[in-house]
Design a protein around this ligand. Structure first.
Ligand code: WTA
Length: 595
C-alpha cells in the first residue's frame, strides 16, 4: 500500500485537556506517565518484568521474563507459576471480602449482588463440581451462556482447575457453536435454559442441542443453568442441571497452579477466511496487562463502580468484566439485556441505580442512543459518572461530542481505547489524567507499547495524514500466543507480511502532526458491524451453504448507526437445481467471491 492510496478524510481539530480535578486525583499523573514511558524505552523487558513481579501473585516467581527463542511465538514469565482465579478473587478476601464484586441486573429487572467472598465460594463450588465430572488441567470447556453471574463463575472455575475456557457469545447460532466445539474438542458445554435479550427468552439449550446433534463426539457433559425457567429437553446421562451438580460441594478449592504460559482461554474471532480463528491467550501475560490497563486507563479506585457493557462472549467482556476489574478488586456491573428494553433510557437508568462511576461502551450503542435525543438521559441522575470509555470501532466526532456533553455533562474525560481480541488488553488509549483527547482519535500507545504505522514495504510512514498499516514493533505480555492448533495461520495472519519483524494488526491508521493515532478501518476482508468483527468470507460461506445460492460476494457499506452494514451480492441457482460444492473443514461450504 503506497501512501497515496490511503488518505485520511477526517479532520478534527478540537482538543480536550484532562480536567484539572481529574488529574489531581488520577492514579497516573503526567510525571508517572513520563516515568513509565522512559523506563519502557530504556528496558522493555525489565519494564514488564518489574510490573509482573509487583502486580501479580505468584506461587513460584519467574526468573525468565521473556523468551524469543521461538519467535514469533513469544513467551513471557514462562517459569513462573500462578493461578488466575487466585489473582482475581483470593487476593481480595482479607481486605475486601465483603465488598461487592458483581452487581447483576437481569433484563426483566431482577438484581443480585455478590461480594468477593460469595463469588469466591461460588467459583470454588463450581470448580469442585467440574472436577467431580472428571474435568481438569488442559481440558477445554465451552461456555454458551447469557450474561449472568454464572458466566463469570464458570470462567473462573475453569481457570481455578487449569481447564481452558472458550466462551461462545450467546447470540451465535448452533452451527457457529458446533464449529467451536469441534475445533476445541471440548469435553463439557456449559449453557442455560436461556437468557433474556430484547424482551425475549433466547433459547440457548435448544441451540446447544442442535449443535450437538450433528456430531461433537468430544462432549461428555452438558451443564445447564436455570435462568428463564422455560422447559428444555435434558438428555439422560449427558445433561445435568447446574444447581444439581454443585450440590454438596465445598466452597473452597485448592487452586491448580499453572505455568504463566498455560493457555487461559481460547476465544474465536473472525479472520479473512471462512473459518473463525481460535485466539489463544496465556495466563500470566494476559492477567498482568488486563489488570494494569484497568488501573491506567480506567483509573479504578476502591470506591468506583465500573460498568463495561460488553457481553462476556467478546474479548471486551473477558478483559474488562471477568478479569481486569476483578484483579483490581473493583465493583463490576453486569447487565443481561439490550439498551432499549423497556426503553432507550435503560443504560442511563442502570448507571443511576447502581451508582456507576466509570462507564465503557461501544460507539454503535452511543450512536443508537444519541438518535433518541437528549431527553432520555436527562431523566436520570448521572452525576456519579466520572470517566467514559469507547471501544470496538472508530468513534465519529459527532457521537464523541454527544457522549461528552450529554452523558458526561462536559466533565468526564473520554478514553477511546484501541485494541483487539489478539492484543488481549488495551494498547492505544488516552491516560485520562494525562492525555488531551481529540474526538475520533485513540491518541497514543500506552507505556510499553511500541506502535507504528508502516507502508507496504514495512518502512515507517512519516507524513502526517498519510495512512499505512498499524503494527506493533515489540512483543507485549498480553499478546495472543498462537491460533488454537493452527500456528501456521498465526504466522501467516500476523507476522509474515513484514518478515516476522512486527505484529500486523490488520487495521489501517494514520498519525497526525502531534503523533496521535487515528484508526481508519480494517485492511483485510473483515467488516466491523456494530463493533463486531465479521469476515466477509464467513458470511459468503453461510450464504452459499444454502442450496439455492450459486455465488455470493459480501462487501461492507457505511451505516449511520452500526458503522458498517453487510451488503451481499447473491446469484441464485436455477430453480430446482441445487448447487453442490465441497465442504470446508469448518463444515461451512466454501465461499466463492466473484463479484
Ligand atoms: C476495531 C475489540 C477504532 C479495529 C476490542 C480492531 C477500533 C478491531 C477500536 C478489533 C477503536 C477496536 N477505534 N477501531 N477504539 N477498538 N477497533 O477483536 O478494527 O472484536 O482491529 O476487539 O476493532 O475487534 P475485536
Amino acid at each position: 500500500m503506497a501512501d497515496k492510496n490511503i488518505k485520511s478524510v477526517l479532520l478534527e481539530e478540537r482538543t480536550f485537556p484532562p480536567p484539572r480535578e481529574f488529574t489531581a486525583r488520577a492514579r497516573i499523573k503526567p510525571a508517572d506517565a513520563e516515568n513509565l514511558r522512559r523506563r519502557a524505552r530504556e528496558d522493555h523487558v525489565g519494564f514488564w518484568a518489574d510490573l509482573a513481579a509487583a502486580e501479580l501473585t505468584w506461587q513460584k516467581p519467574f526468573t525468565k521474563a521473556f523468551d524469543d527463542s521461538d519467535a514469533p511465538n513469544y513467551r513471557w514469565f514462562s517459569d513462573g507459576r500462578l493461578n488466575a482465579s487466585v489473582n482475581c478473587l483470593d487476593i481480595h478476601l482479607n481486605e475486601r471480602g465483603h465488598k461487592t464484586a458483581l452487581i447483576f441486573e437481569g433484563e426483566p429487572g431482577d438484581v443480585r449482588r455478590l461480594s468477593y467472598r460469595e463469588l469466591h465460594a461460588e467459583v470454588c463450588r463450581f470448580a469442585n463440581a467440574l472436577k467431580a465430572q472428571g474435568i481438569g488441567r488442559g481440558d477445554r470447556v465451552i461456555i454458551y451462556m447469557p450474561l449472568v453471574p454464572e458466566i463469570v463463575i464458570a470462567m473462573h472455575a475453569c481457570n481455578r482447575i487449569g481447564a481452558i475456557h472458550s466462551v461462545v457469545f450467546g447470540g451465535f447460532s448452533a452451527p457457529a457453536l458446533r464449529d467451536r466445539i469441534e475445533d476445541t474438542e471440548a469435553r463439557v458445554v456449559i449453557t442455560a435454559d436461556g437468557g433474556w435479550r430484547g424482551g425475549q427468552a433466547i433459547e440457548l439449550k435448544a441451540a446447544a442441542d442442535k449443535a450437538l446433534s450433528a456430531g461433537c463426539p468430544s462432549v461428555q457433559r452438558v451443564i445447564v443453568l436455570r435462568r428463564t425457567g422455560k422447559p428444555v429437553a435434558m438428555q439422560p446421562g449427558r445433561d445435568l442441571w447446574w444447581h444439581e451438580v454443585i450440590e454438596g460441594h465445598a466452597a473452597a478449592c485448592e487452586p491448580e497452579w499453572v505455568d504463566a504460559e498455560h493457555p487461559l482461554f481460547v476465544l474465536y474471532t473472525s479472520g479473512s477466511t471462512g473459518k473463525p480463528k481460535g485466539v489463544q491467550h496465556a495466563t500470566g501475560g494476559y492477567l498482568l496487562q488486563t489488570k494494569l490497563t484497568t488501573q491506567w486507563v480506567f483509573d479504578l479506585r476502591d470506591d468506583d463502580v465500573f460498568w463495561c457493557t460488553a457481553d462476556v462472549g467478546w474479548v471486551t467482556g473477558h478483559s474488562y468484566v471477568a478479569y481486569g476489574p476483578l484483579a483490581m478488586g473493583a465493583t463490576v456491573v453486569l447487565y443481561e439485556g439490550t439498551p432499549t428494553v423497556p426503553d432507550g433510557g435503560r443504560f442511563w437508568r442502570n448507571c443511576q441505580n447502581h451508582g456507576v462511576t466509570v462507564f465503557y461502551t461501544a460507539p454503535t450503542a452511543i450512536r443508537a442512543l444519541m438518535k433518541l435525543g437528549d431527553e432520555l438521559p436527562g431523566k436520570y441522575d448521572l452525576k456519579r459518572l466520572r470517566l467514559l470509555g469507547s471501544v470496538g470501532e472508530p468513534i465519529n466526532p459527532e457521537a464523541w461530542i454527544w457522549y461528552h456533553r450529554v452523558i458526561g455533562n462536559g466533565r468526564c474525560p473520554i478514553v477511546d481505547t484501541w485494541w483487539q481480541t489478539e492484543t488481549g488488553a488495551i494498547l492505544i488509549s488516552p491516560l485520562p489524567g494525562v492525555t488531551s483527547t481529540k474526538p475520533g482519535s485513540c491518541t497514543q500507545p500506552l507505556p510499553g507499547i511500541d506502535a507504528d504505522i508502516v507502508d507496504d514495504r514495512g518502512n515507517p510512514v512519516k507524513r502526517a495524514d498519510a495512512g499505512g498499516y498499524l503494527v506493533i514493533r515489540k512483543p507485549w505480555p498480553s499478546m495472543l500466543r498462537t491460533i488454537w492448533r493452527n500456528n501456521d495461520r498465526y504466522i501467516a495472519g500476523y507476522w509474515e507480511k513484514f518478515d516476522n519483524r512486527y505484529y500486523v494488526a490488520g487495521d489501517s491508521a494514520h498519525r497526525d502532526k502531534d503523533g496521535y493515532f487515528w484508526i481508519m478501518g480494517r485492511i483485510d476482508d473483515v467488516l466491523n458491524v456494530a463493533g463486531h468483527r465479521l469476515g466477509t468470507m464467513e458470511i459468503e460461506s453461510a450464504l452459499v451453504a444454502h442450496p439455492r445460492v450459486a455465488e455470493a460476494a459480501v462487501v461492507g457499506k457505511p451505516h449511520e448507526i452500526k458503522g458498517e452494514a453487510v451488503f451481499a451480492y447473491v446469484v441464485t441457482a436455477a430453480s430446482g437445481r441445487a448447487v453442490r460444492r465441497p465442504r470446508s473443514p469448518g463444515s461451512c461450504a466454501t465461499g466463492s467471491a466473484s463479484s
